[in-house]
Design a binder for this molecule. Structure first.
Ligand SMILES: Cc1cc2nc3c(=O)[nH]c(=O)nc-3n(C[C@H](O)[C@H](O)[C@H](O)COP(=O)(O)O)c2cc1C
Length: 166
């Protein structure tokens, strides 16, 4: 059984809520759900699978608590681990939708970890997202500002996909 750790940064609680819903879908214990504001990068060590969540702020930027955590994470050797990304944004910010996930993906590519949970970009409405590569999102993109009614089903679909990839 793979050990899953969920690490999130969230300013108004949306990505935090998503983190706990993902935990529930994947039967991950609450003690394995971590706020990056209170975590250090070495806390990822016991886990085989890291599910990393950030909302997007400013103009396509990381959620505040992610800056230090990501700087520490990107210099670790994460070979042998799998990483799935998720986060909340606002698709009406149509050039930067969920940009934080694109940044986390780019900066963790060199760690040796394998990315899982690329998500079909159909059904979203935006001009450009730094989190979209080759017609797929690098992870699960949620929009609780405009489409909170879709969040639960998107989370379930993503978790089903993860179960097949873990
Ligand atoms: C000032 C401000 C800037 C934002 N910038 C972006 C952005 O560039 N791209 C995006 O997708 N969402 C953006 N958002 C939307 C947030 O990511 C969204 O509200 C999200 O649900 C917040 O999640 P959290 O509660 O987990 O922090 C912005 C929101 C605010 C208030």
């Amino acid at each position: 059984m793979k050990k899953i750790g969920i690490f999130y940064g969230s300013t108004t609680g949306n990505t935090k809520d998503a983190a706990y819903q993902i935990a529930s879908n994947l039967s991950v214990d609450d003690s394995d759900v971590h706020d990056v504001a209170q975590s250090s990068p070495s806390d990822v060590a016991p886990y085989d699978v890291l599910l990393l969540g950030s909302s997007t702020w400013g103009s396509g930027e990381l959620q505040d608590d992610w800056y230090d955590f990501l700087s520490g994470l990107e210099v670790l050797d994460l070979k042998g681990k799998k990483i799935g990304l998720f986060g909340c944004g606002d698709e009406s910010m149509s050039d930067t939708f969920c940009g934080a996930l694109g940044e986390i993906y780019e900066r963790l590519k060199g760690t040796g970890a394998e990315f899982i949970g690329a998500f079909n970009a159909d059904g979203y409405s935006f001009e450009h997202s730094p989190a979209e590569i080759d017609g797929k999102f690098v992870g699960l993109l949620l929009d609780d500002v405009n489409h909170s009614e879709l969040t639960q089903e998107r989370i379930k679909a993503w978790c089903d996909e993860l179960k097949a990839e873990m």
